[in-house]
Design a protein around this ligand. Structure first.
Ligand SMILES: Nc1ncnc2c1ncn2[C@@H]1O[C@H](COP(=O)(O)OP(=O)(O)O)[C@@H](O)[C@H]1O
Ligand SMILES: [Mg+2]
Length: 324
């Protein structure tokens, strides 16, 4: 997907010359992204700001037509047949509303019932669930434009699920929500997935959303997919590992740190808050076996363990371009 942006030349001269010859700069927001999401899976779509997540979702939901390539959702090219596509999908964009600015949430929901032709029984059942879990009644007759971000997001989430869609695309769905409501939203989506087999594609800066909802991850960087698989598989790609230990020898903690640094030049040792020694090492330079062997040879270990790398660290690495 390419966007054309006007290039503005600096200064008055630039402004004048831009009147006669416009120059475009082409931004490739999504470039060669190719993936399949299995039905019924819950996929986190992860990438730094500007990586192309929202653009991908706009293509998948038919809001934009790709300048090249194509995508299919439930066998339909969404931008070619938005009506058919929309019947099967639920969409939440944290950044823009799918509701009607001037109408109340209840009125918006009634319109949605008409648009999607939702049978009364389904509508009432779903409304019952969301009312309670998302406290929709509290929003009353207030027009959507006057709701707080958190209130509006609750309504957006409920609206996206009203018609029992086969697949939901949620782009930053928990923005502005407090912890209780976040939990309710997470529970809702998990419930839709378990009970109705709803396929979930989610982007979020909140790792809690990802770990409590998703089983799969799709990582994009600069418009390209750089990882697809399970969360555990992504965590296993961590480039930094660590080992923590204590020993019964006479050396102080600081002396131990200096010894480890001398013994394992590719690693970095430090003292933890709970008075242990921590060794951080690059996974492509050392293995935990080598680290452990060196420690066993030199110290009488009283405690030693290698914590799993954290998803947070791995994602930070991706966001800060460590994978580029
Ligand atoms: N309508 C647009 N016109 C021009 N450039 C755009 C437009 N929408 C997005 N972009 C650019 O495309 C890239 C990807 O944006 P986006 O899909 O919003 O990323 P993300 O959601 O991952 O933060 C960014 O460089 C962004 O500036
Ligand atoms: Mg975005």
């Amino acid at each position: 997907m390419e966007f054309r942006k006007y290039v503005r030349r600096p200064g008055l001269r630039g402004a004048l010359s831009s009147l006669f010859s416009r120059e475009y700069e082409t931004v490739r927001a999504v470039d060669g992204v190719s993936f399949e999401v299995p039905a019924g899976a819950k996929t986190a779509y992860i990438g730094a700001n500007g990586a192309g997540k929202s653009t991908t979702i706009k293509l998948l939901t038919g809001i934009m037509t790709p300048t090249g390539g194509r995508c299919l959702v439930n066998g339909v090219e969404p931008y070619r047949d938005r009506r058919t596509a929309a019947q099967a999908m639920g969409v939440v964009f944290g950044q823009r509303t799918q509701l009607w600015w001037d109408l109340s949430v209840t009125d918006s929901f009634r319109i949605l019932q008409r648009i999607y032709d939702i049978p009364d029984a389904v509508y009432q059942r779903n409304l019952g669930i969301y009312r309670e879990l998302l406290d929709i009644d509290e929003l009353g007759g207030t027009p959507v434009r006057m709701l707080s971000l958190g209130q509006r997001m609750r309504a957006e989430v409920a609206a996206s699920l009203l018609h029992d869609p086969k697949v939901v695309f949620w782009d930053e769905p928990t923005i502005g929500l407090d912890l209780m409501v976040k939990d309710a939203v997470r529970a809702l989506i998990n419930r839709a997935n378990t009970e109705l087999g709803t396929t979930v594609v989610l982007t979020s800066h909140d790792l809690g959303d990802i770990t409590s909802i998703c089983d799969q991850v799709l990582v994009v960087d600069k418009g390209r997919v750089i990882h697809q698989g399970t969360i555990a598989g992504l965590v296993a790609t961590a480039s930094q590992r660590s080992v923590l230990f204590s020993h019964s020898g006479p050396e102080t903690l600081d002396e131990t740190v200096r010894e480890v640094d001398a013994m394992l030049p590719k690693a970095t040792a430090s003292v933890t808050d709970d008075h242990r020694v921590r060794i951080d090492y690059p996974a492509d330079q050392l293995t935990s076996r080598e680290v452990l062997a060196s420690l066993l040879e030199r110290f009488e270990l009283t405690d030693c363990y290698a914590p799993e790398p954290e998803l947070k660290t791995v994602i930070q690495e991706i966001y800060t371009g460590g994978r580029a």
